[in-house]
Design a protein around this ligand. Structure first.
Ligand code: NAD
Length: 381
C-alpha cells in the first residue's frame, strides 16, 4: 500500500512523520512511500535524501492525500486536511479524541480509519510505538536546556582563578517520562538535582540517576496517588499540604524548577503557588511543562516566557519536541514504523487492521464507519 506524509500545516511545527530512514524500513514491509515536497526541510531532511531512500516526492498536499492509502502525520488534522481525508483511507496521527470529537465523528462518517498516536496504550509491548513517551523524553531534556539558556549562571560548581562558583540547584516535580529525562539532563550538566513525585516507588530510580528524592514529613504511607497502570491520582488534602509545605521550604533555595506533574485526563494540578514564586531568588527560572493543561504554576502563560516582578523567568512553551525537530521526527517516525510493522504482519504491503489486538484496538478511534473511542481497557500488561 502507499503510505504518505504531508508537510505539517500547524504554524511553526517543524516535525515530520516520515524520515528517509523510517521510509527504508516501511518499504521492507512492502509499502510504497510518498512525501510532500519540503515536508522534512524544517527537521533537516531534504527532498533529495528522501528520493535517495526510494521515496516518491509529491508536489502538493492535495496530490499526496489523493494518492496515499495511509497518511502518517504529526498534528491533529486541520479543517483543510479533514476535507481531504477519504473513505477507506487510514490516518495515523496525534488526534486528541476528547478535544476534537467532531473531527473524530466526521472521520468515522467518511469511512476512514484513524489511529490516534496518543492512544497507544502505555504497556510494555507497545513502548516502541509510544509517541507520547518519546515526545515527553525530548520535552524533559529540552526543558533543562531552555532553563539553562535563561539562567545567568553555570549548572556545575567551579573553582576558578576568578572565584568559587556554587552549583545550581534544580528541582524537578513529577518523575514520569519528562521528569526523568529532565533529571538525567540536569545531573549530567552538574547541577544539584532534587526531585519529587507522589509515587514514592520512583525514588530509587531518581537516586540511581544521581539526584536526591525529596521526602515529605508525612506520617502515613507517603504514596497516596498511584493507581493501576502506575498513574497518579488526586492527592488527599493532607498529603497536598505536606507537599506544598516542603516546596515552600525549598523555594528560596532552588534556582531552577521544572514542573511535569500530570494526572491523566485532568487539568494540571497546581503545585508551584504564587507565594513560592515570590520567595524565589531573582534570576531563577521555572519551566512549566504542563502549560498546555493549565500549568502546574498558575502564573505560567501558555506558549510564552514571562519575567515576574521579583525577576523569576517562567517558561510555558508547549512545543518543546518541535524545537528539536530532527530528534523528535526521528523518534516519532520510528514509533510510526513500529506501528506499521504490527499493522502489516505478513510484510506484504497489506494492512491487517486487527481490532482483536490490544494495541491497535486501543489506538483506533474510528474504524468501519464507527467511532471506536473510548477503547475497552487493555487485557495485557
Ligand atoms: P507522566 O505521566 O509520565 O509523568 C507525570 C508524573 O507526574 C507522574 O510520575 C505522576 O506521578 C506525577 N505527578 C502527578 N501529580 C503530581 C503531584 N501533585 N506532584 C508531583 N508529581 C505528580 O507524564 P509525562 O509524559 O512525563 O508528561 C509530563 C508533562 O509534560 C505533561 O503535562 C505533558 O503534557 C507535558 N509535555 C509537555 C511538552 C511541551 O512541549 N511543553 C511536551 C511533551 C509533554
Amino acid at each position: 500500500m502507499k503510505i504518505g506524509t504531508p508537510k505539517e500545516v500547524f504554524e511553526g511545527e517543524r516535525r515530520v512523520a516520515m524520515t528517509p530512514d523510517s521510509a527504508l524500513q516501511l518499504q521492507k514491509l512492502g509499502h510504497e512511500c510518498l512525501i510532500e515536497a519540503g515536508a522534512g526541510m524544517a527537521s533537516g531532511f531534504d527532498d533529495a535524501s528522501y528520493e535517495s531512500a526510494g521515496v516518491k516526492v509529491v508536489k502538493t498536499a492535495a496530490a499526496l492525500w489523493k494518492e496515499a492509502d495511509i497518511v502518517a502525520k504529526v498534528r491533529v488534522p486541520d479543517a483543510s486536511e479533514m476535507k481531504r481525508l477519504r473513505e477507506s483511507q487510514t490516518l495515523i496521527s496525534f488526534f486528541s479524541p476528547v478535544g476534537d470529537e467532531d473531527k473524530m465523528q466526521a472521520a468515522a462518517k467518511k469511512g476512514a480509519t484513524v489511529v490516534a498516536m496518543e492512544m497507544i496504550p502505555r504497556i510494555s509491548r507497545a513502548q516502541k510505538m509510544d509517541a507520547l513517551s518519546s515526545m515527553a523524553n525530548i520535552a524533559g531534556y529540552r526543558a533543562v536546556i531552555e532553563a539553562g539558556n535563561n539562567f545567568g549562571r553555570f549548572f556545575t560548581g567551579q573553582i576558578t582563578a576568578a572565584g568559587k562558583v556554587p552549583p545550581a540547584k534544580v528541582l524537578v516535580v513529577g518523575a514520569g517520562v519528562a521528569g526523568l529525562a529532565a533529571i538525567g539532563t540536569s545531573t549530567a550538566l552538574g547541577a544539584i538535582t532534587l526531585a519529587f513525585d507522589v509515587r514514592p516507588e520512583v525514588a530509587e530510580q531518581v537516586e540511581s540517576m544521581g539526584a536526591q528524592f525529596v521526602y515529605l514529613d508525612f506520617e502515613e504511607e507517603q504514596q497516596d496517588g498511584a493507581v493501576t497502570g502506575g498513574y497518579a491520582s488526586v492527592s488527599s488534602p493532607e498529603f497536598r499540604e505536606a507537599q506544598l509545605a516542603k516546596f515552600r521550604e525549598l523555594a528560596p533555595e532552588v534556582d531552577i524548577v521544572i514542573t511535569t506533574a500530570l494526572i491523566p485526563n485532568r487539568e494540571a494540578p497546581e503545585i508551584w503557588t504564587a507565594d513560592m514564586v515570590a520567595a524565589m531568588k531573582p534570576g531563577s527560572v521555572i519551566v512549566d511543562l504542563a502549560a498546555e493543561k493549565g500549568g502546574n504554576c498558575k502564573q505560567t502563560v501558555m506558549d510564552e516566557k514571562i519575567v515576574t516582578e521579583n525577576g523569576v523567568t517562567i517558561i510555558g512553551y508547549t512545543d518543546f519536541p518541535s524545537r528539536m525537530g530532527a530528534q523528535a521526527s526521528t523518534l516519532y517516525a520510528t514509533n510510526i514504523r513500529h506501528l506499521m510493522t504490527d499493522l502489516t504482519p505478513e510484510k506484504d504491503g497489506v494492512i491487517n487492521h486487527n481490532m482483536e489486538d490490544d494495541v491497535i484496538r486501543g489506538a483506533t478511534i474510528a474504524h468501519a464507519s464507527e467511532v471506536t473511542f473510548p477503547p475497552p481497557p487493555p487485557k495485557i500488561n
